[in-house]
Design a protein around this ligand. Structure first.
Ligand SMILES: [Fe+2]
Ligand SMILES: [Fe+2]
Length: 197
């Protein structure tokens, strides 16, 4: 959402009930609401999504919340840039609502805030992670090879190997979510973000 073009519009309510009747003043009112609502609340909502991963283990030895914390902790301890730490933390947040295409959900949440490479890694991590189990389900573990010639193929392989497939340990000393909250808040306040559609 673009910054309001006028400072006169306060946090009021629009005049229209059908969008085709929206005025410039209405648009400014909405823009001001979005700006007031913006980055801090986005971080809060994303962290709420992350907390939704608490509980069900689906047979794994830990739940997806601890899995996510382990992914982020390993990325942090490996000296990855903040962007990759946040990507590791949030790569599975779409699972509760989109278990079969959760990679796309997480990637789209991150897209306005990250480099194209990071977006691509998160977007394809589900397929690449399949290397570790697709063959156990009668599927092709090398299905990811359709992207073999892609410039970020190796990066996605590394992400899954270092920050995903190895993060199901009940005894791992992952950092608590509170350690990542300032980073997430700062991340979603990034002024260089690009508006999506
Ligand atoms: Fe995943
Ligand atoms: Fe994962």
């Amino acid at each position: 959402m673009q910054k309001a073009s006028t400072d006169t519009a306060s946090l009021e309510t629009v005049s229209f009930v059908h969008m085709e009747d929206m005025t410039a003043e209405d648009a400014a009112i909405i823009a001001n609401h979005y700006e007031a609502h913006d980055s801090e609340d986005t971080a809060t909502q994303v962290l709420r999504l992350l907390s939704e991963l608490k509980g069900p283990t689906f047979g794994y030895q830990i739940d997806r919340f601890r899995h996510s914390l382990q992914c982020a902790t390993r990325a942090l301890r490996n000296g990855e840039p903040d962007e990759m730490v946040v990507a590791a933390l949030l790569h599975d947040v779409g699972e509760p609502v989109a278990p079969w295409n959760h990679s796309a959900v997480a990637a789209e949440i991150l897209k306005p805030y990250v480099e194209a490479r990071t977006y691509w890694i998160v977007r394809h991590h589900g397929l690449f992670q399949g290397y570790y189990y697709f063959h156990l389900e009668g599927r092709d573990r090398n299905a990811r090879d359709i992207y073999r010639d892609h410039e970020w193929f190796d990066d996605c392989v590394t992400f899954c190997r270092e920050y995903d497939q190895n993060c199901f340990e009940p005894d791992y000393d992952e950092l608590p979510v509170e350690e990542f909250e300032p980073l997430v808040t700062e991340f979603f306040a990034n002024e260089s973000k690009t508006p999506g559609s």
